[in-house]
Design a protein around this ligand. Structure first.
Ligand SMILES: Nc1nc2c(c(=O)[nH]1)N[C@H]1C(S)=C(S)[C@@H](COP(=O)(O)O)O[C@H]1N2
Ligand SMILES: [Mo]
Length: 322
């Protein structure tokens, strides 16, 4: 089937940068059943299933240790939970590969345990703790959250974890702390994306939040999903999820939390400053420099729906940005 790629959507090779590119190009080039919808506004998104299902239906799922926790009924979504196979098989994790449906295969060699996490900066006393000792100190709960990538794809996750507020309390920051800086791992031996390619000089991945954001009830430290420990490809052993922000804020496989006075630089802002800022709240009215954010697409069904301000979490976070 011949798919006509409209101008404006197609991205010239010279503009190929992280985030988005892969989605935009590959979906159109490989999706045999992809249809295009051109809305009145000129919006163009894949109409029918725009995403290849990551694993063949018959391919067995990997066996992970069970991890269950009571679901917190406060956090509901207007859409069903994405099938595990889809949400754990369609990933952004540039340390491994930029090919979304291959991340899970490339990340099999990653060893998320044993894992030490370091707390430093403006804290009463800097310390390190084994991830499982940390998890034991926390009360786990399950939260169903919408997960919205800046590239416009959406999945709905049943995460297992604990509020980041509890982690901040545990770290005991001093009154000087105004931001939390988070840093991921540096292991070129286990992560091919750290051995070469476009981002070779940028690792490890790093992100940041204000203290108000980090202690907002939505900010969630994730250690499991779908009733199991977190798969490597989704950020094992421990990651962040801030559901009102674009997915790249939700740093995976965190090794360090540092409490700082000044707004810390972030990975994507450093790499592509004009496209990714510190705040990065989901906002349908603020287009990315190269595409609209007015709509988004569910990975599982291909359905295209309007983007919601703060990804639908306005009542929890709007006051932070007044
Ligand atoms: N360490 C690290 N964290 C990361 C990324 C990454 O490349 N490396 N990608 C981010 C992006 S762009 C998104 S959309 C989400 C994807 O999370 P998921 O694969 O679990 O859906 O992780 C974020 N966290
Ligand atoms: Mo993303």
């Amino acid at each position: 089937m011949l798919i006509k790629i409209p101008r404006g959507w197609e991205i010239p090779e010279r503009e190929v940068t992280p985030e988005h590119v892969y989605l935009n190009r590959r979906e159109f080039l490989t999706g045999a059943s992809v249809g295009l919808i051109a809305g009145a506004s000129g919006l163009i998104l894949p109409g029918s299933r725009g995403f290849a299902l990551p694993a063949g239906k018959d391919e067995p799922m990997p066996v992970l240790a069970p991890l269950t926790a009571p679901r917190n009924p406060e956090y509901k979504t207007d859409r069903p939970i994405t099938a595990e196979r889809v949400a754990t098989g369609y990933n952004n994790y540039y340390e491994f590969t930029e090919v979304k449906d291959k991340v899970k295969d490339v990340a099999v060699g990653f060893k998320p345990r044993p894992w030490e996490i370091e707390f430093k900066g403006h804290v009463e006393k800097p310390f390190k703790i084994n991830v499982d000792d940390l998890i034991k100190k926390m009360t786990l709960e399950e939260r169903v959250y919408r997960h919205r990538c800046v590239e416009r794809w959406v999945v709905i996750f049943p995460w297992i974890g604990f509020p980041m507020k509890k982690l901040v309390e545990f770290a005991a920051p001093t009154s000087k702390a105004r931001f939390v800086r988070m840093e991921s791992f540096y292991r070129p031996g286990q992560a091919p994306g750290q051995r070469g390619g476009t981002w070779v000089n940028y690792w490890p991945y790093y992100e940041g939040l204000t203290m108000e954001e980090a202690t907002n009830e939505l900010a969630f430290i994730v250690v499991g999903a779908y009733g199991k420990i977190l798969p490597n490809q989704n950020g094992s052993p421990l990651r962040l999820h801030t559901p009102w922000k674009y997915g790249y804020k939700s740093i995976k496989a965190i090794k360090r939390f540092e409490f700082v006075e000044k707004q810390p630089p972030t990975f994507w802002h450093t790499a592509v400053p004009n496209e990714y800022d510190f705040v990065s709240n989901v906002n349908p009215n603020k287009p990315h420099p190269r595409w609209s954010q007015a709509h988004e697409q569910l990975v599982e069904t291909g359905e295209v729906v309007p983007t919601k301000l703060y990804n639908g979490y306005e009542k929890y976070v709007a006051h932070l940005y007044k």
